[in-house]
Write a protein that binds this ligand. Structure first.
Ligand code: FAD
Length: 263
């Protein structure tokens, strides 16, 4: 058995095609929208936040006073604009921007929990039908760190797995038989075995999952991972996550709560 720790990588995010966006705003809203584009994009903290604001302002034609005769004033800064969106709970515009994470060395306990969040996500997980583990890699929860029986129990499974695996002549098999046997053998592997998953979600979903999975009642592994996700979101997207606050829990992880729950 090899001890590992979960790792979080932010590997992709929404980006703008700026020249097309500029042209669209000019065609749509003339000088008023073009002025908004020039001033706002210079100050924008991220493409993702900027796209969300573009989409939101499209709804009321509120890029500036004069486009929509009903609009007599607009919120000047992106921070004010998004603050108001969060306050009103107009979360649908947050769905325009996504972030992609790679979660490495996470357990199948973690991925079972992650997969329960269905809305606004895409998941690609390492297949244990195709991938035959060379060893059991596992994150040991703090409660078990000093209990050698825990490691021994995992090694007993690992030895049983290897004994079964050795009974077959893998080199002589075609791939479909390898797949069938690999899948049969995985049934004895522990839930804690490390796996890797790519997870894409929009910001409305990420806000929701951070809130639920960093709750003090959530399982420690997913809380650790989403504490890290929240820290990254707060730095990279300060406007979308401006109402989130972290409370340190006794185990060193953080529990994050937004001021605006329903977004
Ligand atoms: C601390 C904790 C303990 C848990 N314990 C258990 C447990 O013991 N057993 C268990 O089975 N699960 C458990 N769960 C999982 C939990 O019940 C949810 O399935 C999971 O958190 C997914 O959240 P969600 O329902 O908000 O779904 P998401 O897919 O994240 O949906 C986001 C939101 O979209 C809306 N939505 C989604 N789907 C629908 C729909 N079909 N119809 C209408 N609105 C929808 C809801 O407003 C929902 O909150 C636990 C979760 C936590 C955080």
């Amino acid at each position: 058995m090899k001890k590992i720790v979960p790792k979080v990588y932010l590997i992709a995010e929404t980006s703008l095609v700026k020249e097309n966006l500029e042209k669209m705003l000019s065609d749509h809203g003339g000088d008023i929208a073009k002025m908004w584009y020039d001033s706002t994009q210079a100050a924008a903290s991220s493409n993702g936040e900027y796209l969300i604001e573009v989409a939101g302002r499209m709804c009321y034609e509120s890029y500036g006073v004069g486009m929509n005769p009903n609009v007599t004033k607009i919120r000047g800064t992106s921070k004010e604009y998004l603050e108001n969106i969060l306050l009103k709970g107009d979360g649908s515009i947050l769905e325009h921007s996504t972030v992609t994470f790679a979660f490495l060395n996470v357990s199948r306990v973690f991925t079972h929990e992650l997969a329960r969040h269905r809305v606004g996500t895409a998941i690609s997980q390492e297949s244990l039908r195709y991938v035959r583990p060379k060893e059991i890699k596992l994150w040991v929860p703090p409660e078990m760190e000093n209990d050698k029986d825990f490691v021994e129990a995992v090694e007993t499974i690992e030895n049983g797995y290897k004994k079964l695996e050795k009974k077959y002549n893998w080199d002589s098999m075609d791939f479909s038989l390898k797949k069938i046997l690999t899948s049969a053998l995985r049934r004895i592997l522990p839930d804690g075995i490390a796996t890797n998953v790519i997870w894409t979600a929009n910001h409305r979903t990420i806000r929701h999952v951070i809130t639920m999975r960093t709750s003090p009642y959530a399982e420690i592994e997913i809380r650790k991972v989403f504490d890290e996700v929240a820290n990254k979101m707060k730095v990279r997207y300060p406007l979308i996550y401006q109402d989130f606050e972290r409370t340190e829990l006794p185990d060193g992880t953080g529990s994050w709560k937004p001021k605006n729950i329903k977004v």
